[in-house]
Design a protein around this ligand. Structure first.
Ligand code: ATP
Ligand code: MG
Ligand code: MG
Length: 547
């Protein structure tokens, strides 16, 4: 059910194919391997891959690995896994670091053309020379070095003669340009660091604004889609492609970044949450990472549908996280088998039910899908119901259990509360009820009606399970704050111990269920053991959210 809704980027592609500017389009998804992918990246992935797909083009997965100190093969592997899991397959897999030699040669070409120079100013001095929006910049005293001197110094930079930060290579463009990005930007810096791919071969590394356009041009990318903050960098992008005399001329197109309420969306901040131990890893179910959403129980279909629905626009906005939840509910409604679980158990003894007897009751697996069939659930003299489904002194309109009241047990019988058992502190620890054999579910009984229907599990024929209930990790209004670590929701995870139907004994990690009244749950792949199932709540059943 892919919706190829129109957007301004798609319109550009259509125009370029119709005019014959391109015969085939090639897009790329270019993550830096410095963290795990998040839902914002999913938006870029869906956009790039589906655009190429629709017009029978190609999409490359390219690791933009020009920053050795932050990058790691762990991230490379996780990114590949996440892109595949989302349902996409790249045409080519590339590393920007494979182009280092060509990037170096192009920089030498710039020097020879008088378009680049080696500068000895340090970072602070360069910043001070750069000027402001209202004030032109000042030229570097090293700007007019001869081509020969620049060639010599650049080669010696490469050969490791200088320490980090002592020299840089800068493009020679225009220190009075109204666009600050054009004021002799740094294009190479010295970093003596081990690179995850090239090892110790290099000690100079290209800057993003120089490397990225070359990467795109080398791969014959036709449409280079990036986020809005690069709009002001586009003149520099075009300058690099032109002055480096690249055969291909990719077009940079910017679109709005995805932001979601109660969510931080930058790898830097997400890494802090991991490093500070706020979460149990990049795949903690509270993380907005693809790995976290997968472990929580999100499906690729739900994430893709979400990304299609939010669409592509030119202005930044914040999407309500309830919209993400809407799409997982929609996807799981038809897919997830129904089952019963009691999260906070209260024991009920049915005093007039024969001791030792166990009967099997029929229960439908999915009322919205007849093909899902039925299952058998055991019922006996002792069951568990939810603590919150009993009140000793209920308000009016309370239709669940209270002394003297009768309710329906889902798939079973009517029971009536006869007696309340308390411990020495006055806590309710058990209810004594009676059942009416004639009210069996499916028997067609119409003798009298009750208003409450409760879920339950058999106390002696069920399985213990742990349930993990999640709230947003980031409190309202703290998404953009740099102090977001001081404003973590202390109630983002609640762990409760309860019981599930015996049928769940064969449940596997990542199996998804709709637990009657509690919502959709996923079997946690990390914490589930042979002896004990651990469930992550993906989402509750109801919300006021409307598309
Ligand atoms: P972060 O700030 O999270 O590190 P980034 O932009 O530095 O994000 P990259 O690895 O460079 O991360 O991103 C790869 C691609 O994903 C880029 O093309 C980028 O534009 C896109 N992308 C990253 N974050 C978002 C987002 N929130 N919404 C849409 N696209 C995004
Ligand atoms: Mg980046
Ligand atoms: Mg980044």
């Amino acid at each position: 059910n892919k919706t190829t809704s129109s957007n301004f980027i798609r319109n550009i592609v259509i125009k370029d194919l119709e005019s014959g500017k391109h015969k085939e389009i090639i897009t790329r998804f270019p993550p830096e391997p410095n963290g795990y992918l998040h839902i914002g990246h999913a938006k870029a992935i869906v956009l790039n891959f589906e655009l190429a797909d629709e017009f029978k083009g190609k999409t490359n997965l390219r690791f933009d690995d020009t920053n050795p100190t932050k990058e790691d093969t762990e991230y490379v592997e996780s990114i590949k896994e996440d892109v595949k899991w989302l349902g996409f397959d790249w045409d080519n897999l590339y590393f920007a670091s494979d182009y280092f030699e060509e990037m170096y040669d192009r920089a030498v070409l710039l020097i020879k053309k008088g378009k680049a120079f080696v500068c000895d100013l340090n970072a602070e001095e360069i910043r001070a020379h750069r000027g402001t929006l209202t004030e032109p910049g000042k030229e570097s005293p090293y700007r007019n070095r001869s081509v020969e001197e620049n060639l010599d110094l650049f080669e010696r930079m490469r050969n490791g003669e200088f320490k980090d930060g002592v020299k840089v290579l800068r493009a020679k463009i225009d220190m009075s340009s109204p666009n600050i990005n054009m004021r002799d930007p740094v294009i190479y810096r010295i970093v003596h660091a081990h690179h995850h791919n090239t090892g110790d071969k290099w000690c100079i590394y290209p800057m993003y604004d120089y490397a990225h356009p070359l990467e795109d041009a080398i791969e014959d990318i036709t449409h280079s889609i990036c986020t809005l903050e690069f709009e002001d960098h586009r003149p520099l992008y075009d300058w690099v492609v032109r002055e480096c005399e690249m055969k291909s001329q990719p077009q940079q197109i910017e679109f709005a970044r995805l932001n979601v309420t109660n969510t931080v969306m930058s790898k830097r901040k997400l890494k802090l949450l991991v490093d500070e131990g706020v979460v149990d890893g990049w795949d903690d179910p509270r993380m907005p990472t693809i790995a976290g959403l997968r472990r929580k129980g999100y499906t690729p279909e739900a994430l893709r549908n979400f990304c299609r629905e939010i669409g592509v626009a030119k202005n930044n906005s914040v999407v309500d996280e309830q919209m993400l939840e809407h799409f997982i509910r929609e996807d799981l409604n038809s897919k997830a088998p129904r089952t019963m679980a009691v999260l906070k158990p209260l024991k009920v003894v049915i005093t007039n039910y024969p001791e030792g007897q166990v009967e099997m009751l029929d229960a439908e697996n999915n009322p919205d899908d007849v093909t899902a069939g039925t299952r058998q659930i055991p019922f006996s003299r002792e069951i568990y119901v939810e603590q919150e489904d009993f009140m000793e002194n209920p308000p009016s309109k309370y239709f669940r259990l209270f002394p003297g009241n009768e309710v329906r047990l889902k798939h079973a019988y009517f029971i009536k509360c006869e007696e309340v058992i308390k411990d020495s502190d006055g806590n309710v620890v058990e209810l004594r009820c009676t059942y009416d054999q004639e009210t069996k579910s499916g028997s067609g009984f119409t003798g009298r009606k009750v208003k409450g229907t409760l879920h339950w599990v058999d106390a002696n024929n069920s399985m213990p399970a742990e349930f993990r209930l999640y709230e947003p990790l980031i409190l309202d209004g703290q998404e953009e704050s740099d102090n977001f670590l001081d404003n973590i929701n202390p109630n983002s995870l609640e762990i409760v111990e309860g019981f599930v139907e015996l049928n769940m004994k064969d449940a596997k990690p990542q199996d998804k269920f709709q637990l009657f009244r509690h919502g959709y749950f996923n079997v946690d792949p990390k914490n589930t053991t042979n002896g004990k199932l651990v469930f992550n709540r993906i989402v509750s059943l109801k919300s006021s959210f409307k598309l």
